[in-house]
Design a protein around this ligand. Sequence first.
Ligand code: URP
Ligand code: ZN
Length: 467
Amino acid sequence: MEGTYLLKDGFIVLPEETSRGSIRIKGQTIEAMGDLDPLPGEKVIDCHDCYFLPGGIETHTHLQLESMGTVTADDFATGTRAALAGGTTTVIDFATQFHGESMARGLERWHEKADGNCAIDYGFHMALTEWNDKLRAEMEEVVAGGVSSFKMYMAYKDNMMVQEDQIYQALEESKRLGATIGFHCENGLLIDVLVRRERALGHLSPYYHQLTRPDELEEEAIVRLGAVNSLLHANHHIVHLSTAKGLSAIQRTRERGIRVIVETCPQYLLLDASLYGRPTSQDFEAAKYIMSPPLRSRRDQEAIWQGLASGDIQFIGTDHCSFNYKGQKEMGRDDFSKIPNGAPGIELRMALLYSYGVARGRMDINRYSVVTSTNAAKYFGLYPQKGILQVGSDADIVVLNPQAEWTVTQADLQENCDYTPYEGFPMKGKIRDVFLRGRHKLASGKIVIDEADGRYLERGLPDLDIR
Ligand code: URP
Ligand code: ZN
């Protein structure tokens, strides 16, 4: 299972080109690539007609997160096993600083959750629920310790929401340190008004969630954030972009000379708001799709696909935040505003993007490798250790069989959630093998090294040269 491997005769996918060849793994790293013959004693794995890809990098998860009076169904053990099964070898989760807490305490709690439990390598972003002088004083040490990306929420009033004064000051310090801040862009003040209005009218079914979070409120927050950052030109990115209006606001912000990096998620490419059913529906199934931002229209999906292919959007995370339908989503049976927000996705990210992106002709395999791995490695300070097939890089390698056809069903997944939003999706292309730092952990689609050998990654500063 460890040692020297020759992955023979596949297609080596690089950001700009694909070539036929083999990859030699020695220990934890890639030793050679190209036209290679087996060495004595080397384990040879036939990969003809398969793609070699850099291990996936998942930029957005909430594992073992306490939220809305419950805790997510996936913890670091189950979530990272699911990621491994799906071709992801690095995850960056959101360690969270709750009100009144220090960043150090938030990070300490996240290490307690993750350390010794992860099947893949992992790092943390630091989510901040407020800003004050104590947090400012801590930021430098946090960045020096390898947490070079932060997150602030412009949504979730009275809970995690921050406003322009706090955003400005946090960006100012982050800029001084060369770090970056990602923003959840929705107008939390207006959402609060809209939620209260619908509830007062007795509109309590899951259908109303989307009506309280219209696309204009994502656009507005992106514009507002751009205005704040036009005073600073700090590094900032938008997490889980979901709308065409938001994308157009990003383009306008860029035209004003402000750099914006953007993440989106599979749900905003593949699922749409028709899943929320009808206003009078007694069917609670729609609760499975309650997430923020909500699902949008097909027109939005098309715009996001185009943005991803064209270089307007740089990487794909899932916002994996899983709650079981039974017992957790059901907490909001009588009031949509009490349904825990979030859905699972960590395991299917790579496969969905291949199947509905590459196999359907929406992007080529090179762009696929860039948006699922390389750009995230660069922006989140992991490149070239991660995110690229290159001599000397970690042997985090995915072997993808482009011919395999299969259908998604929750029963076959490793995710610890009682449903998947992608149930019944027909798929083309399957993750066949996964190597984590040279360990052959997934073979023929099965986890064969079921060990929590994932390592914590101290990350460097963002490389902004991505598109
Ligand atoms: O609905 C979601 N996405 N919940 C997770 C928290 C967040 O907004 O990212
Ligand atoms: Zn999130």
